[in-house]
Design a protein around this ligand. Structure first.
Ligand code: 3HC
Ligand code: NAI
Length: 692
């Protein structure tokens, strides 16, 4: 075995084997590129070598370019193109042996081998789009030449990981190797190539599929149209499409030029910077600064849920989906029946859409037990309370739980705003109490805010994070404060939206600006969807707020066909003259000097106070780092991932500008809107929130 460099070895022979070992995922860092370029050159020049196998050690084949290198100055090392040329133009057949994941640049390297062998568990794909990028090493030109434009469009714009078997069927892989015997199988395949005198296949030279695709230029427009909603606001999907179009319409080398130009544009742009930041933020969020990795994890084999309403039902589904039995407790048979019925109906709807079999539905329902007795939760390892948002009721429930739950059981509350420490105080075991704040619909939304109380034990925290992973959530650990991270920041946006409505902007103007910013909907459309009458009471309503007035007119949101907007049968929203009239009268009654707002002002007023609140949360230590806050907003509130989250967005706007704007706002609306110390200090130091 010959050492090429610290991550590459070459085993010479008739079939030379180049082995890459650069943990954790063999990403194409400078040293990997250097090792590969030199290894292929050495094997090419070795007269005894007839064919070359490339294989990786560790958990995976090459998982792509080294994302940490993007945005840093180029080095003297071999480029990815040098590596690919050393493979594709090699005078000897090159076979890529794939296990784990061949992703992005990893697959692009494999596509420069003349043949590919993979174990059945392997997956291949071009997920660059999820980093706001496109495959920048020929992937957009080589992939369509194998799989055709239609399939290529799907793969590059979704970033899907294609299992080896499907890759074989598409021609992306030439042969499957037995699991666990990849190296021998790849060597045997290389011998076969030699014995059968197979050609050195260069994907770049095969235009057959492109010539065929040229006859159907309409597929591109159709694809754009079909995915317009999904791609809204993102640059990368459109750029990926343009590259595949270039593959179909231009010679290979010209197509590569288009790919390069668009790649450079993306990789130097803000969207990709944001999405790369989110990639690392999603991994960072699991690392807890003061909870060691070896903290004891408590077993969670049985779960109890209290309250079978909107949240309790959705929460239960998460555990049933993961095969964990759930006992759900209600106060009345009717409420229980209704709750169980909703769960069943949700599953059956999924089955009708073909995403579950009826057998799966029954299996899940079979794991669910309904009860009217809290004492049935005595053997649960984790109990999640999802009753009404009322401190007295919650305290009563936790007091009872204290007497019922087995020692060591985790007692969690799904409260949206209430003080978890106060709830924990209702028990004699506050170390076992934690907030597990799911988002609605709880079986769909990815976010879980894990709210640590003053006394919550590290084991309970670590177990909660682990269970979140098990049920497919992304969890952010936060501290106790009103509304925690997400709702606390949301309330800033809501208050400002209300304020600018009073000062002169219309609900549909504010909603349009926030929709165009990238949110799924604006605050007023969201209120209409949720129902304006949440917390409103007909008997006590005094018409003091706009909300009261709308509800008094029975404009209680989408469900009554009218709220801030008017809705047609298909629930399409239209600005409402009734609402406009109410607003004008309301402003007049308050004696407001009405003025107009630019789109930028609406953004400043709605978003900058959120950035400030995020900074306050950091200042108070209620979140460990800014990127955790961004994870909350992306996964819980539809913050557009291409803007990286509110903290990252603050950096892209420029913190000085944010501080100036908030200082002006504080003069108009009072000191509570003034930029906090941490924000001011970071801005003055030229620092970034996203690095805190
Ligand atoms: N570059 C740098 N670091 C990477 C990386 C990459 N491409 N991929 C993963 N890592 C790091 C992670 O940050 C993590 O680091 P940490 O342990 O310090 O947190 C570590 O490797 C392990 O990653 P995961 O925790 O994600 O491990 P999993 O086993 O869950 O997943 C994976 C493995 C499926 C390979 C997943 O890491 C992944 O999807 N990676 C990114 C793949 C990708 O997007 N490739 C395309 C890159 S862009 C490109 O290739 C451009 C080219 O076209 C020019
Ligand atoms: P809901 O009103 O739909 O359901 C509450 C259920 O709890 C009702 O079915 C009620 O009968 C039951 N219940 C009340 N007291 C009980 C008791 N002592 N024992 C057993 N069952 C009892 O309310 P929802 O929306 O599910 O909210 C529940 C909790 O989740 C609240 O704390 C809320 O703040 C929180 N939450 C709500 C979200 C939402 O969007 N609805 C999002 C995140 C959290």
């Amino acid at each position: 075995m010959e050492t090429i460099n610290e991550v590459t070895t070459l085993e010479r022979g008739e079939i030379a084997v180049i082995t890459l070992n650069s943990p954790p995922v063999n990403a194409l860092s400078a040293k990997v590129r250097n090792g590969l370029a030199a290894g292929f050159k050495a094997a090419d020049e070795d007269p005894q070598t007839k064919a070359i196998v490339l294989i990786c050690e560790g958990r995976t084949f090459i998982a792509g370019a080294d994302i940490t290198e993007f945005g840093k100055p180029a080095t003297e090392s071999a480029s990815l193109f040098d590596v690919q040329k050393a493979m594709e133009d090699n005078s000897k057949p090159v076979i890529a042996a794939i296990h784990g994941t061949a992703l992005g640049g990893g697959l692009e390297v494999a596509l420069c081998a003349h043949y590919r062998v993979a174990v059945p568990s392997a997956k291949v794909g071009l997920p660059e789009v999820n980093l706001g990028l496109l495959p920048g090493a020929g992937g957009t030109q080589r992939l369509p030449r194998i799989v055709g434009a239609a399939k290529a469009l799907e793969m590059v714009t979704s970033g899907q990981h294609v299992p080896a078997k499907a890759a074989l069927a598409m021609g992306l892989v030439d042969e499957l190797a037995p699991e666990g015997d990849l190296r021998n199988a790849a060597i045997a395949f290389a011998k076969k190539v030699l014995a059968e005198k197979r050609p050195l296949v260069k994907i770049r030279d095969n235009d057959a599929k492109m010539i065929e695709d040229r006859k159907h230029p309409e597929i591109f427009a159709e694809f754009r149209k079909a995915n317009a909603r999904k791609f809204r606001g993102f640059l990368a999907p459109e750029y990926n499409i343009q590259c595949v179009e270039a593959a179909v319409n231009l010679p290979f080398d010209e197509g590569i030029k288009v790919e390069r130009k668009l790649f450079v544009e993306l990789v130097t742009g803000t969207q990709s910077a944001a999405q790369r930041y989110v990639f690392f933020a999603e991994r960072q969020v699991w690392k807890l600064p003061d909870v060691p990795e070896d903290t004891a994890i408590l077993p969670v084999a049985k779960v109890g849920v209290i309250g079978a309403g909107t949240m309790g039902g959705g929460i239960s589904m998460n555990f049933l989906n993961a095969g964990i039995p759930v006992t759900i407790v209600e106060t009345s048979a009717a409420a229980l029946e209704r709750g169980l019925g909703v769960i069943r109906k949700n599953y059956e709807t999924t089955a009708k859409r073909g995403r579950l079999t009826m057998e799966d539905v029954e299996k899940r329902m079979g794991l669910l037990t309904g009860s009217l007795e809290m004492t049935d939760l005595g053997d649960a390892d984790l109990i999640i309370e999802a009753v009404f948002e009322n401190m007295d009721i919650k305290k009563e429930v936790f007091g009872k739980l204290d007497a019922i739950a087995k020692p060591g059981a985790i007692l969690a509350s799904n409260t949206s705003y209430l003080n978890v420490d106060e709830i924990a105080g209702a028990t004699g075991r506050p170390e076992s109490v934690i907030g597990l704040h799911f988002f609605s619909p709880a079986n769909v939304m990815r976010l879980l805010e894990v709210v640590r109380g003053d006394a919550t034990s590290k084991s309970v925290i670590a177990t909660s994070m682990q269970i979140a992973k098990k049920i497919g959530k992304i969890a952010a650990l936060v501290g106790v404060c009103h509304g925690f991270v997400g709702n606390r920041m949301l309330s800033m946006r809501q208050r400002q939206a209300q304020a600018i409505l009073l000062e002169g902007a219309m609900p549909w103007d504010i909603d349009r600006v926030l929709y165009d910013f990238g949110f799924p909907m604006g605050p007023f459309a969201m209120s209409d969807l949720a129902g304006l009458d949440i917390g409103w009471n007909k008997e006590t309503s005094k018409g003091e707020t706009l909300r009261d007035q709308l509800c008094e007119l029975d404009r209680r949101g989408q469900k009554t066909g009218a709220g801030f907007y008017d809705y047609d049968e298909a629930r399409n929203a239209k600005p409402s003259p009734v609402t406009a009239d109410l607003i004008e009268k309301f402003r007049a009654a308050k004696g407001v000097n009405v003025r107009s707002f630019t789109d930028e002002e609406i953004i400043e007023r709605c978003i900058y106070p959120m950035i400030n609140e995020g900074a306050k949360i950091l200042q108070e230590g209620k979140a460990s780092r800014a990127s955790d806050i961004d994870i909350v907003w992306i996964n819980g509130y539809g913050w557009p991932v291409y803007r990286g989250g509110p903290m990252f967005y603050g950096d892209t706007v420029g913190l000085k500008k944010v501080v100036e704007s908030l200082t002006r706002l504080a003069k108009e609306m009072g000191d509570e809107w003034a930029p906090c110390e941490l924000l001011v200090k970071t801005a003055e130091a030229g620092g970034k929130l996203s690095e805190l």
